[in-house]
Design a protein around this ligand. Structure first.
Ligand code: GCW
Length: 717
């Protein structure tokens, strides 16, 4: 593999001028003008106070923390823990002109509490560690939470609401996160890796945590990141790459202080630190002769090491492990299985309430391409489904959302429906490895939303979101780097924001989430023409994932990318390699036969109805046809088009759509920050160039293979 860092860095980051993303000062205006009462104790309540103070300093409001009832100030916003002493609350406000006195605040809080009690009694559930309510009564907005993290999330909900949070009276609205753990994995290396650079699959510059073997030391940047993450609901971050190299391995032991420093910075925003560890740690760090999970000395080593971690970082989240995958060590070396391996670490973490995220991304990356019976799509299920029921309670098996590897289109992984006795987390990829590497606009929330709503047991059954919510939550690979826009492409910020919001509430619509992001990022008061801006951003972004799909690999076949760095087209790039990623195109047809009848049998890993639906070309959805079937080019899709004509049409269409994106973005020249405009313009030019390359290579390839001309006589090269 070559070194790709030159492709990663398109612009030099300027550390003095970091973009505020979805928390510009303007987003705080509605809060900043209020008289605010904060009630409660603890670090996170301190954070709430600091946030509202910052806003009121800018916009002229005022903040009181825990005033006594005797000197209760007038307030029009109360942020209070339910356990904190209530403000003075007389039975009813005095009639007459509107008041802004402490008694009104007291009345509003009392009303909100009473409603909360009723709501709690009805659902039989309290707000929990992270829930909150927002209510508005007698001109006072009240946020109540049982626990400090809830108050912080309630504050950020108010930021989202803006002026609407201070409108007409409304009863309590209850908010609770669907997922208990909402996690980002950073594939950041401490040392610069000779092939992968500072961040593996990073498209936004260097790491915000590490640089050239040391902590990056930019505390302000990490704090700013923590704020952004809390504002979209993320509560866990793994700070190093799952491919754990020599230096990174030592974060667990002699470099633990570096991790503790990050934990200190993330803690005020309710984010817990997790660490990717190597399964070989007892050997490479502890000097033991073995890492065998059943060896008592190995168990002792993990117990002692973990005790030291918790002594230093008492709220440490846990370990993340990629084992027996793509060269990482694992239990197979000792004749043990993944349950043995995961349980070893889980046992060490259990006394402290920690969890181990054990990745199910396990497959043979040294496959013989000539062997048509081995199917990488089957691998995770084949390895893990038989182990269901054997994992300890604090093991979370982390499953990539699709059976292959974060392609633009894949079916949902059958593992998600195969392990009812195991806590599963579903893993997404916010970093756009296979979806345009943050040079292409590709708003991924519609894709994630489709996956989260997918019901593997049939329409009336539980969804992927339900499985994650009942199990280990959602995890995604972060797309953030030290780039001044955080994500390289400024519009890719929306993906990070949307991931957090979908973790909190997977039922949110992708367009509604985009609206939230637009309103925060391009705060209304600074916009010249907010409607035009909003409309245009929707036109550019709403369907951008499908646009990307149109000009890249067709009908779910995947992996037609350049090997190694995975950017740009190379139809046969992976066809004769050991990676298990093939399309099998020949002169007659294309696609992978994964049926039970004549193929690899992968369809049999799904429960009904999908085992049947995917098995038959008649019922297999068009967009996944080539994932499951090898069909002739003349095969008629449900859309009425043939496979070959579909390939031609979508590739021409995809490029036209990118051309339209470019025109639309030009209209916004005077409506958005010139630096944002310039960066997106630069990226769109590259997207257009690359989309044309995809179109021409894919169309030429299939024209040459099939000999079938385009029905509309367009140029195929
Ligand atoms: O998609 C592949 C990436 C690898 C990555 C791996 C994984 C961290 O190309 O770079 O390694 O997935 O998910 O472990």
């Amino acid at each position: 593999m070559r070194r790709h860092r030159d492709q990663v860095r398109m612009s030099t980051p300027d550390p003095t001028d970091v973009h505020p993303a979805w928390l510009p000062d303007e987003a705080w205006r509605a809060i900043g003008v209020r008289r605010i009462l904060v009630r409660g104790e603890g670090t996170l309540v301190d954070t709430v106070q600091a946030e509202v103070e910052r806003a009121t300093h800018r916009y002229g409001g005022a903040v009181w923390r825990n005033p006594t009832d005797a000197d209760l100030p007038p307030a029009d916003l109360v942020l209070a823990l339910t356990g904190a002493p209530p403000p003075d609350s007389p039975p009813a406000p005095e009639p007459g002109p509107p008041q802004t006195s402490g008694t009104l605040a007291g009345t509003a809080v009392a009303a909100a509490k009473a409603q909360l009690d009723i709501a709690t009694a009805q659902v039989g559930e309290s707000l929990g560690a992270e829930g909150f309510v927002v209510a508005r009564h007698a001109g006072v907005t009240v946020v109540l939470a049982d626990a400090p993290a809830g108050l912080l999330y309630g504050l950020f909900e108010l930021v989202r609401l803006g002026a609407a949070g201070f409108g007409p009276t409304h009863p309590v609205r209850v908010h609770r996160p669907a997922m208990a753990r909402r996690m980002l994995d950073h594939w950041d290396n401490v040392d610069v890796h000779p092939v992968m650079g500072q961040v593996e699959r990073g498209y936004a510059g260097g790491s915000i945590f590490w640089r050239d073997g040391r902590p990056r030391g930019d505390r302000a940047r990490v704090t700013a990141y923590a704020r952004l993450l809390a504002a979209c609901g993320i509560n866990a971050v793994s700070v190093n790459n799952v491919n754990v190299h020599a230096t990174e391995a030592r974060l667990l032991t002699e470099r633990l202080d570096d991790v503790a420093e990050l934990a200190d910075l993330l803690r005020p925003y309710a984010i817990r630190v997790h660490l990717a560890v190597t399964f070989a740690a007892p050997v490479v760090l502890g000097g033991l002769p073995t890492a065998d999970p059943l060896d008592p000395a190995v168990r002792d080593w993990w117990a002692e090491t973990t005790a030291r971690v918790y002594a230093r970082i008492p709220d440490f989240g846990g370990y993340l492990v990629k084992a027996d995958s793509e060269g990482q060590p694992g239990p197979f070396s000792y004749g043990r299985d993944h349950a043995d391996g995961a349980n070893l670490l889980a046992e060490a973490l259990a006394p402290y309430g920690g969890v181990v995220h054990w990745r199910a991304f396990v497959y043979n990356h040294r496959q013989d391409w000539r062997d048509r019976s081995t199917d990488r799509a089957r691998a995770a299920y084949d390895h893990f489904a038989p182990l269901d029921g054997r994992f300890r309670d604090n093991v979370i098996v982390q499953v990539k959302h699709g059976p292959m590897d974060f392609q633009t289109r894949e079916p949902v992984s059958p593992v998600i429906a195969a392990m009812p006795g195991t806590r599963l987390a579903v893993e997404f990829q916010v970093t756009q490895e296979y979806t345009g590497q943050q040079r292409h606009v590709c708003y991924l929330a519609p894709w994630w939303s489709e996956i989260l709503r997918f019901a593997p047991w049939g329409d009336d059954g539980r969804t992927v979101a339900d499985v994650a919510a009942d199990g280990g939550g959602l995890v995604a690979v972060s797309n953030v780097g030290d780039d001044r826009f955080w994500t390289g492409h400024p519009l890719a910020q929306a993906n990070l924001y949307a991931f957090g919001r979908l973790c909190w509430n997977p039922r949110l619509g992708p367009q509604a989430v985009l609206d939230e992001w637009i309103d925060l990022t391009f705060a209304p008061d600074t916009r010249v023409d907010p409607d035009l801006l909003r409309r245009t951003l929707h036109e550019i972004m709403d369907d951008s994932w499908r646009t990307y799909e149109r000009y890249t690999a067709p009908l779910g076949v995947g992996f037609m990318v350049r090997p190694g760095h995975h950017y740009g087209p190379d139809v046969d790039g992976y066809e004769y390699t050991p990676w298990g990623t093939y399309h099998f195109a020949d002169r007659d047809g294309v696609g992978v036969d994964r049926t039970r009848a004549t193929g690899t049998g992968f369809t049999g890993q799904y429960p009904p109805p999908f085992a049947e639906r995917y098995e038959s070309v008649e019922t297999c959805p068009d967009e996944l046809l080539l994932f499951f079937h090898h069909v002739p080019y003349g095969h008629l899709l449900h859309s009425g088009s043939t496979v070959i004509q579909h390939i031609y049409d979508t590739h021409f269409e995809g490029v036209r759509e990118v051309e339209a994106m470019c025109r639309r973005w030009e209209w916004l020249a005077r409506l958005v920050d010139p630096a944002v405009h310039a960066r997106v313009t630069e990226r769109l030019a590259e997207q257009l160039r690359c989309a044309r390359e995809w179109r021409d290579q894919v169309n030429a390839y299939f024209h040459r293979k099939s000999g079938i001309p385009d029905a509309h006589g367009r140029m195929l090269h």
